[in-house]
Design a protein around this ligand. Structure first.
Ligand code: AHR
Length: 344
């Protein structure tokens, strides 16, 4: 397992500074100190701080904003870090390019939230050759485990099972076990672990019910806008939808708008059963109104565990390769009991 890297030089090459302008921003050694750059000179960081490059997916959802804020408020000077934050802008090539830049800068640690699982091998190998530990956060990478330090995030496949199990129990409770149930699924970004895992979990449960019929599964990229547009198309093609499963809350919010505009009722007192993922604060409000029926939690507060992992590595301690965050299931029946303690 990787050990501490306090010994490592924290000098950033001048040509990489221009890349920072492109991809992110790093705080200077002292907040009051301005970073003066002279050709062939390089900004230096005090050995007091650990330099961490964090490559985010982008800003596709409210979940993502909560995740970004968690990292920005954890990897602070007070906690001993120089944070270089990079917005991937929903572009996988940009993420890889940013990773290669961070490797050239010889940062102490790299944390990646990969948009998609594929394409990381070469960069992971390059980081390993430079001795830079890489923490994979939230979504996973399709690469050999020996190429990165650890992964921290959600059990997406279990989330998919939980959503379908809730549906099964709900249908039982309203006496619809033997009815044909027509399901529409809004999927997240193709190739993203959150979409792959949730879809696999859902499908494994759906297959167990002969009377559950999936009308269509469409990708809406985890965004509210696409959730609305894709649902508008679906509503033109299918009349009797019993269940809408959206692989995140934001796509569900967009789909709800589309249903309202098309005069389709949904929720506890409506025609379409609404099942979603993330459990955002807004989702709790909608569950309390009976519009959203269930949201399987996906916990965005991963930064604390990432900080712990780095502290352990700095102390030369062993760490676990796979680290799951805690998650629960909330429905219209219990949302009111929990809304006040929600952090995102
Ligand atoms: O990877 C986690 C998923 O990505 C969340 O469910 C979604 O809202 C986000 O954009």
């Amino acid at each position: 397992m990787c050990v501490g890297t306090q010994w490592k030089k924290r000098i950033v090459a001048i040509f990489m500074v221009s890349m920072l302008g492109l991809f992110g921003c790093a705080a200077p050694e002292d907040a009051s100190e301005s970073l003066e750059l002279v050709r062939a000179d390089a900004p230096t960081y005090s050995d007091e701080y650990i330099t961490v490059g964090f490559i985010q997916t982008g800003k596709e959802s409210d979940w993502r904003d909560a995740n970004t804020n968690d990292f920005l408020s954890t990897f602070t000077r007070e906690n001993g870090y120089n944070l270089i934050y990079i917005d991937g802008n929903s572009d996988s090539d940009r993420q890889i390019k940013a990773m290669n830049d961070l490797i050239s800068q010889e940062v102490d640690y790299i944390i990646i939230d990969p948009i998609v699982e594929t394409g990381w091998n070469d960069s992971l190998l390059a980081a390993q050759e430079k001795g830079i530990p890489v923490i994979v956060s939230d979504r996973m990478v399709n690469a050999d485990e020996s190429l990165y330090t650890c992964w921290i995030g959600s059990d997406f496949e279990t989330e998919g099972h939980k959503a379908a199990k809730w549906l099964e129990e709900y249908l039982e409770s309203v006496g619809r076990t033997d009815e044909t149930i027509r399901i529409v699924i809004l999927e997240g970004t193709e190739g993203a672990s959150a979409a792959i895992g949730r879809t696999n979990g859902l499908n494994a449960e759906i297959e167990k019910h002969e009377n559950w019929e999936v009308l269509t599964t469409r990708c809406a990229n985890f965004t509210q806008g696409e959730g609305k547009n894709i649902m508008e198309e679906i509503l033109k093609e299918y009349e009797d939808i019993d269940v809408l499963i959206s692989e995140n809350d934001n796509m569900m919010f967009g789909a709800m708008k589309a249903m309202e505009q098309a005069g389709v009722s949904y929720g506890v007192d409506g025609d379409v059963i609404t099942v979603s993922f993330d459990a955002l604060h807004e989702a709790f409000e909608l569950m309390m109104e009976g519009k959203l029926m269930v949201s399987v939690e996906c916990n965005p507060l991963i930064a604390g565990l990432s900080h712990e992992v780095i502290q352990k590595l700095e102390a030369g301690e062993e760490i676990d390769m796979v680290n799951y965050v805690e998650e629960s299931v909330f429905s219209y029946e219990n949302a009111a009991d929990y809304i006040n303690e929600r952090k995102y």
